[in-house]
Design a protein. Structure first.
Length: 142
């Protein structure tokens, strides 16, 4: 009897943790998130202290979610963007660290568009979920 209660409590805790992390994110298609808003926070996605939280590691879709987010962006005048992964950087605290150390690394992408004078660094967290918005300076792909 104690074993059944223990398993029930454990299942409830796991269920609550999973539900708490989930954020409803619509897909435009399998490769692109449907964004509806541009952030007004000038640090959102453009600073390692305020990364875009795409989540997905828990479902083995972390890198895919990063690309889905970047595929939803457009340049300041609707230009098609191109991007490349510059690498991992910037350890941050996360309860979703799959290795149990309490910290994870962000991914840094360099994003540009036709007519841009330079690339823009976008910092992405694939371990945690958050509301997705286009960073300041970007628009949303039509």
């Amino acid at each position: 009897m104690k074993r059944i209660i223990y398993i029930g409590i454990l299942g409830f805790i796991i269920s609550c943790t999973t539900t708490k992390q989930a954020v409803k994110t619509n897909l435009r298609n399998n490769q692109t998130f449907e964004l509806t808003e541009i952030s007004t926070d000038r640090t959102y996605g453009l600073s390692e202290k305020n990364p875009v939280q795409v989540g997905g590691v828990d479902k083995k879709e972390g890198p895919l979610n990063e690309r889905r987010f970047l595929n939803a962006l457009a340049g300041p005048n609707g230009e098609e963007v191109t991007y490349f992964r510059a690498g991992s950087c910037c350890p941050i605290k996360s309860k979703n660290d799959p290795y149990g150390f309490g910290s994870v690394m962000l991914d840094n992408y360099r994003v540009t568009w036709k007519g841009s004078k330079d690339t823009v660094s976008v910092y992405i967290n694939m371990y945690d979920y958050g509301t997705l918005k286009a960073p300041v300076g970007f628009t949303i792909k039509k």
